[in-house]
Design a protein around this ligand. Structure first.
Ligand code: UDX
Length: 436
C-alpha cells in the first residue's frame, strides 16, 4: 500500500516508520522544512527509544521518504493519514482543529483515485464529518472516504505499542474503506490484534473515553494515596489488593504526582468541553481534571512539609523533570508546578533529567541544571524524585549522604522502599506509604 502521513510529529513519525516497517511505502509530510531536512539527514527531532534505527532501516530500503509537499505524496497514496497536532485551544480548552482542517484542504486539492483519508490525530467527535465536508466541498467528484483510526501510543513505548497493540479501532462509514484499513493493518494479524470496526463517531469517542478512563484510574489511586497517608495505610498494597481483581486490573494504579504529558491533560479537558457542549456534562471526568490540576501544586506543599514547614533559603534537588521516563517531553509535566510552588516558597532549585533538560531550560530558565544526580544533590537540603527514570532506581545513597547537608528524601514515585533509604540516615517521605 502507498501511504501519505501528514504531520511528521510524534504520532506521524512513529506511525509512518512502523507502517514502512510493515512493508508499506510511506511518505511523511511536514510543513516545517527544518524538520524534513533533519529527517532526510538521519536526525530524529524527538527522543523515542528505537525510532532512530527504525527510521534509518526503512529509509535505506526506500520504504520511507520525507517531503514538505503534500501534493505529490497524496496524489500517489491509497491511504492518507492526518497526524497533525490538536493542542488545547488557548482560553477555552477545546481541541484546536485548525491544523486538521488545513490538512484536509491540502489533501482535497491533490486527491487522485479512490483514497481513504484517516484521522489519526485525537479529534473530538464529529471531526471526521467536518473533514469529509471540507474535502467534498473542494472536490465534489473525488472518490474518497474519511475514517477515524485513533492511536493509543505511549511515549517511550510507542514502537512496541504500535507493533503489538491491545486493539486497533477503525471507525468507518462504509465497507470499502474498512477493508482498505484492514489491509493497512494486515501485518498485525500475526500478533492477533483485535480489529474493532465501528462507526466513525464511535471510534472518535473511544479514544477520548480510553484516555479519560486511564486518567480517572490514576487520579483515583492518587486520592486513595492521600487517604492512606492520613489513616496509616499503604497505597502500594491497596493497589495490589485491588489490581489483582481482574475486573479492575493492576495497571495505571501507581500513585504519584499527578498525570501529565501531551495526551491525558489535553484529551480529558477536550472531552469535558465536548460533553458540556452536548448538554451531557461528564461530572466524573470534570472532577478528575480538577483533582489532577490541584495535585501537582500540592506536591510542592508536600515537599515543604517534609522540609519542616518552610523551604525559604533551602536548596532542593529535583531528580526528573519530564512528565514520565524515556521521553524528553515536558508538556504538562508535574515538575513545572512543583518547581514553581517551591520557588514561590523561597527555595533554590537544582535539577537533573537524563533527556528533558533542553526542554526544561526553555520553560524554567531560573533553576540550576546539573550533569548527574550526584552533582544535583550537592549542597541540597532535600532530594525530590519527580520522574522514575531507571537512572534513579539504584542511586548510591552513601555518596548522596556525603554530598547533602540535609537528610530529606521525597520520593514522589515510590521508587524506593522507605527502610532502604532510612538506613542511610535519611528521612523518607513517599506517596501514600508510611514515612521512614
Ligand atoms: C497516554 C496513553 O497511555 C496513550 O494510550 C495515549 O495514546 C496517549 O496518552 P502517554 O501520555 O505517553 O500515553 O503516557 P502514559 O504512560 O500513559 O502516562 C501518562 C501519565 O500518567 C504520566 O504522567 C505518568 O507518569 C502518569 N501515570 C501513569 C501515573 O501517574 N500512574 C500510573 O499508574 C500510570
Amino acid at each position: 500500500m502507498k501511504i501519505a502521513m501528514i504531520g511528521a510529529g510524534y504520532v506521524g513519525l512513529v506511525s509512518g516508520a512502523c507502517f514502512a516497517d510493515f512493508g508499506h511505502t510511506v511518505c511523511c509530510v511536514d510543513t516545517d522544512p527544518a524538520k524534513i531536512a533533519a529527517l532526510e539527514d538521519g536526525r530524529i527531532p524527538i527522543f523515542e527509544p528505537g525510532l532512530d534505527t527504525l527510521v534509518a532501516d526503512n529509509v535505506r530500503h526506500s520504504r520511507l521518504t520525507f517531503s514538505t509537499e503534500v501534493s505529490g505524496a497524496v496524489a500517489q497514496a491509497d491511504v492518507v493519514f492526518i497526524a497533525v497536532g490538536t493542542p488545547s485551544r488557548r482560553g477555552d480548552g477545546f481541541a484546536d482543529l485548525s491544523y486538521v482542517y488545513a490538512a484536509a484542504r491540502d489533501i482535497a486539492a491533490s486527491l487522485d483515485g479512490y483514497t481513504v483519508v484517516v484521522t489519526k490525530s485525537t479529534v473530538p467527535v464529529g471531526t471526521g464529518d467536518e473533514v469529509e465536508r471540507i474535502i467534498r466541498e473542494a472536490r465534489p467528484d473525488a472518490a474518497f472516504a474519511v475514517v477515524s483510526n485513533p492511536e493509543f501510543l505511549r511515549e517511550g513505548a510507542a514502537i512496541s505499542d504500535f507493533k503489538r497493540p491491545d486493539r486497533i479501532v477503525i471507525g468507518a462509514e462504509d465497507d470499502r474503506a474498512a477493508s482498505v484499513m484492514r489491509e493497512v493493518y494486515q501485518p498485525l494479524y500475526l500478533n492477533q490484534a483485535p480489529i474493532l470496526v465501528t462507526g466513525r463517531r464511535t471510534a472518535e469517542l473511544t479514544k477520548y473515553a480510553a484516555n479519560a478512563f486511564l486518567a480517572t484510574k490514576i487520579t483515583f489511586i492518587n486520592e486513595i494515596a492521600d487517604l492512606c497517608e492520613q489513616v496509616g495505610a499503604n497505597v502500594q498494597e491497596v493497589a495490589r489488593g485491588i489490581g489483582l481483581d481482574n475486573r479492575i486490573g493492576a495497571k495505571f494504579l501507581h500513585a504519584g504526582p499527578g498525570y501529565g504529558g501531551s495526551c491525558f491533560p489535553k484529551d480529558t479537558l477536550a472531552l469535558v468541553k465536548t460533553a458540556q457542549d452536548s448538554g451531557t456534562p461528564l461530572r466524573l471526568v470534570e472532577a478528575v481534571v480538577a483533582v489532577n490540576d490541584q495535585r501537582k501544586r500540592a506536591m510542592a506543599r508536600k515537599v515543604t512539609a517534609a522540609c519542616g514547614g518552610s523551604v525559604r533559603g533551602k536548596t532542593i534537588a529535583i531528580l526528573g523533570l519530564t512528565f514520565k521516563p524515556n521521553t524528553d517531553d515536558m508538556r504538562d509535566a508535574p515538575s513545572l508546578a512543583i518547581v514553581a510552588g517551591l520557588q514561590d516558597g523561597g527555595a533554590r532549585i537544582r535539577a537533573y533529567d537524563p533527556e528533558g533538560m533542553a526542554g526544561a531550560r526553555a520553560l524554567m530558565p531560573d533553576i540550576t541544571y546539573t550533569d548527574d544526580p550526584y552533582e544535583c544533590a550537592t549542597g541540597a537540603d532535600a532530594l525530590v524524585i519527580v520522574t522514575e527514570w531507571n537512572a534513579f532506581r539504584a542511586l548510591d545513597w552513601t555518596e548522596l549522604a556525603a554530598r547533602m547537608p540535609g537528610r530529606t528524601v521525597v520520593d514522589l514515585r515510590n521508587v524506593y522502599r522507605p527502610d532502604d533509604i532510612a538506613r542511610h540516615g535519611f528521612r523518607y517521605v513517599g506517596v501514600g506509604v508510611p514515612n521512614a
